[in-house]
Design a protein around this ligand. Structure first.
Ligand code: FAD
Length: 522
């Protein structure tokens, strides 16, 4: 990586006045370094015991409050005894989560929020947003990632709902370890003991439970992201969903995102990489951000007033969603890996699955379906998630790989133009992290027929083994789609099933529905 900036002076200067930003960046970089050097911690925090607990105080203990509060409030409102253990203070970050109005519907359907409360949590709304690669023609779309939800406002309202429904919140109490007994889990957090029938792990990507379950395995892909929210941009009325305007450099293809935000304009630089030790640090990527931001947004850096720095890295595993090998433990949110490896939209992914998870956990508690196998049905294999791996692979460059500098831009420009030509039903779900078989098959067919030379270039780029690993997921997507169509006719009969059999049938139906993206728009 000889041509990457060696110093992080500009980052240090520009972030100096943003409290906590530089130390947070250094901590994130230290963590990222451990991933790049194969020193991923894999603690033993879960063990099993064969004797039953004398008493079990709670139905559900949730560790981690950011997305955990969504399920916490939904389950408390259904009458379950819920305790939420949060390492810090349960409050959302200031920076908005981008999403669309349609994706927020579950919050109303589950009666977690009223219309007025939802409106109060929406901080910004804009249209349209752009997609553009290299000097390709821009594609403009509406109602995708065009709503900025304030995590601070949303979580404050959900916290109040949770407490009003009888939930118990214990802040400044970090999960330490868990012992799984036949009738419940004994938890230690913040030096205190808690017992619950079911534990939900909502501790994010770096959850110690998820790390133990992954066994220190290196992620299959990483998304690095850096950015800011700032004022002083000449134009702040439209957004960018994904834009790239530079050729491959430093063995990375840089992508950009931009959103009008409550405190200014949010701009992100992100790139897909593996865990090779020569990959850039987040600080080095920040230097690239400052270098390219002026040409991206047509603004001089000194015209900007920075409100906050934004950064992170997202480890993604092909074997996702994650199913725990122990009973009575279920991963939700980022720890479960159920979000797309292409986006870092974990809030969006949680909302997409919120109704399914609420009903599923409710059923599991009622029918005592809390074994590893029964809970695994709540995080089933989803072929439409697995097929997206090849796309992430196609958007990154190996450290030793030699690709024409514009290859990724040309490929994406062509494929997105093909998707746009096939119409909104093809393009829009994809942009919202939902892959459906008809849309994918039509896009692949169109690209193969109209651009065979491009396909011939992509194959050696991603490698035949990767394509062969991908094919079973593509075939499974087609199979699931067929099975879901047939299963639709059995819905009245499936609905009439109850008890443990009903629990299983409903979960299989959901696996087909969500695994094919058929939940989209339903
Ligand atoms: C720069 C950036 C921009 C993003 N933009 C978007 C967006 O526009 N739209 C979108 O949908 N998503 C977005 N995301 C992703 C989104 O923020 C995450 O998916 C979401 O925060 C995941 O929530 P989580 O609760 O699963 O994990 P986390 O956010 O990691 O939260 C984990 C929670 O668990 C707590 N915790 C950790 N360890 C312990 C412990 N030992 N004991 C108890 N509690 C613990 C933490 O304090 C925290 O509250 C973005 C992420 C980043 C970094």
């Amino acid at each position: 990586m000889s041509d990457l900036p060696k110093t992080t002076d500009l980052t240090a200067t520009l972030l100096a006045n943003l409290p906590g930003s530089l130390s947070g960046l250094r901590a994130a970089d230290a963590q990222w370094t451990r991933y790049r050097t194969g020193e991923i911690p894999s603690p033993t925090v879960v063990t099993q015991a064969s004797d039953p607990l004398p008493t079990v105080a709670w139905d559900v203990a949730i560790c981690g409050g950011t997305l955990g509060i969504l399920l916490g409030a939904a389950l408390a409102q259904r009458g379950w005894r819920v305790i939420l253990l949060e390492k810090g203070i349960l409050q959302g970050r200031e920076q908005e989560w981008n999403i669309s109005r349609a994706e927020l519907e579950p919050l109303l359907e589950l009666e977690l929020l009223t219309e007025a409360e939802l409106e109060a949590a929406i901080a910004t709304e804009y249209n349209p947003a752009r997609i553009q690669f290299g000097d390709g023609t821009p594609i403009w779309v509406r109602d995708v990632l065009n709503v900025g939800v304030s995590p601070r406002a949303l979580l404050a309202t959900l916290k109040a709902k949770f407490l009003a429904a009888g939930g118990t919140l214990v802040e400044n109490t970090a999960f330490e370890h868990a012992i799984v007994h036949p009738n419940g889990v004994a938890l230690t957090a913040g030096g205190q003991s808690f017992t619950a029938r079911l534990v939900l792990d909502a501790m994010g990507h770096f959850s110690p439970i998820a790390r133990q379950a992954r066994g220190g395995k290196s992620p299959d892909g990483i998304c690095l992201v850096v950015g800011t929210c700032a004022t002083g941009f000449p134009d702040n009325t439209t957004g960018d969903l994904i834009v790239s305007f530079t050729p491959i450099q430093n063995q990375c293809q840089y992508f950009w995102e931009a959103f009008p935000a409550q405190d200014g304009r949010t701009t992100y630089l992100f790139t897909y990489v593996d865990t090779h030790r020569d990959r850039p640090s987040l600080s080095a990527l920040f230097e690239e951000y400052w270098r390219w931001l002026p040409s991206y947004q047509h603004v001089e850096l000194d015209a900007l007033t920075l409100k906050r720095a934004l950064f992170g890295f997202f480890p993604c595993y092909q074997s996702s969603p994650l199913r725990y090998p122990w009973g009575r433990l279920l991963a939700i949110g980022d720890s479960s890996g159920s979000q797309s490896p292409l986006s870092f939209g974990g809030f969006g992914a949680m909302l997409r699955h919120l109704t399914r998870l609420t009903h599923g956990i409710d059923d599991a508690l009622r029918e005592a379906c809390l074994s590893a196998q029964a809970l695994g049905l709540l995080q089933p294999y989803q072929p439409n998630l697995s097929v997206t791996w090849l796309f992430q692979r196609a958007m990154r460059v190996g450290v030793e790989q030699h690709l024409p500098p514009d290859q990724i831009n040309q490929m994406l420009s062509t494929i997105f133009a093909d998707m746009a030509a096939l119409g909104e039903p093809t393009l829009k779900p994809f942009l919202q992290d939902v892959v459906q078989f008809p849309a994918l098959a039509k896009t692949l067919l169109r690209t193969s027929v109209y651009h065979p030379a491009l396909v011939a270039k992509i194959l050696p780029q991603v490698g035949v083994p990767a394509v062969l690993r991908w094919l079973p997921h593509y075939i499974a997507l087609a199979g699931y789609r067929g099975a879901y169509t047939v299963a639709q006719h059995l819905k009245p009969w499936l609905r009439s099933q109850s008890g443990v059999t009903g629990y299983r049938y409903h979960r299989w139906m959901e696996a087909l529905q969500y695994g094919t993206g058929s939940d989209y728009g339903e």
